[in-house]
Design a protein around this ligand. Structure first.
Ligand code: SF4
Length: 327
């Protein structure tokens, strides 16, 4: 039987109130920036970038395996806890932070409830995140083990800042069946030590960060170091503003780039697309192995729309089945 909270995604249910809470100025139209973005796009096209320039779903070599299910609308998030060891200015987590397990927008009392949610919605990839999921290691391990009891293969990626990722936990996660890790290196001021350690356990140790325009030089240096370390994937995001981070994003002097995003609760920061394209072009020209993927707000809008349509369709099918059984 479907519960009322299952009918719409977490984001869709909160959309109206959350979007109204974005308290950041909108940037004026900037013809110079538009010209620079257009030059970057042309240089990327000439350099052989893959994907869609228009939708800004772009990658230099390969699409990360964990992103395939997500791009098809069959991915979801499992928030192990809202608690975190850091306080990044761009963090979109709800404040005050809560210590709850939420899978596909549904609060769960026990991790062992997760496989039923994944099965019910036909999902094929789960991004396990938080907060910092390693702050609740037992809950995290139980979740991964529970997902591995499903009779079909689900892709499981762990998002972490690396602060609490010991060798023992890496080994347990490997045994539990985790596929890959994605590190937020901006949270640790680009310290690659946890990435180097994780590479000893997981071939697919990746990095996933928003591109911070004022830190572009450090981010280019990070690209070169990750390439030298033979990290296979770097995922970059367009820095965005949402209700939860808007005060701190505004403090940094950023404005919203605006644009109606029906299925998103956030808006891109005005300077963010240019910074991300610039980092992507740098990676295209300067790396030997690293594959960089740009998951922009436009891409996230497409993913979110697909996911919501799919979720509504499945909920309607389930309701039809329920009423057929009752009659
Ligand atoms: S590490 Fe992640 S969850 Fe923690 S504050 Fe930074 S962005 Fe938020």
């Amino acid at each position: 039987m479907l519960k009322e909270e299952d009918d719409l995604s977490w984001y869709a249910r909160k959309a109206d109130t959350l979007r109204k809470g974005i308290a950041v100025e909108r940037a004026e139209d900037d013809a110079d920036r538009a010209e620079r973005v257009s030059s970057l796009l042309e240089a990327l096209r000439r350099g052989g970038i893959k994907g869609s320039l228009e939708r800004r779903t772009l990658y230099t070599r390969h699409l990360p395996p964990g992103c395939r299910g997500c791009l098809g609308g069959k991915g979801t998030n499992a928030f192990v806890t809202g608690l975190c060891t850091r306080d990044c200015f761009f963090c979109f987590n709800q404040k005050p932070r809560t210590d709850e397990l939420v899978v596909h927008g549904i609060r769960l009392a026990e991790p062992e409830g997760a496989p039923e949610v994944v099965r019910r919605y036909g999902l094929r990839s789960v991004g396990v995140s938080g907060g910092e999921p390693t702050m609740r290691p037992e809950r995290l391990l139980r979740l991964v083990r529970a997902l591995r009891t499903l009779p079909f293969r689900v892709r499981i990626d762990l998002y972490t800042n690396g602060d609490r990722l010991s060798d023992a936990l890496l080994s347990q996660l490997k045994d539990a069946g985790l596929d890959a890790l994605r590190f937020n290196l901006v949270a640790r001021e680009f310290d690659t030590e946890p990435v180097e350690r994780a590479l000893r356990y997981f071939d697919e140790t990746a990095v996933e960060v928003p591109v911070i325009p004022e830190q572009l030089a450090k981010m280019k240096d990070m690209v070169l170091r990750l390439d030298a370390l033979r990290v296979p994937f770097l995922n970059i995001h367009e820095l965005f503003v949402c209700r939860e981070n808007s005060a701190r994003v505004a403090e940094k002097g950023y404005c919203s780039g605006g644009g109606a995003r029906d299925a998103l609760l956030w808006e891109p920061v005005a300077a963010a697309d240019e910074a991300a394209l610039s980092l992507l072009l740098f990676a295209l020209e300067k790396t030997a192995r690293l594959s960089v993927y740009y998951c922009s707000c436009r891409t996230q809008q497409d993913i979110s729309s697909r996911g919501m349509q799919r979720r509504l369709r499945l909920a309607a099918d389930a309701r039809r089945r329920d009423s057929a059984t009752r009659s």
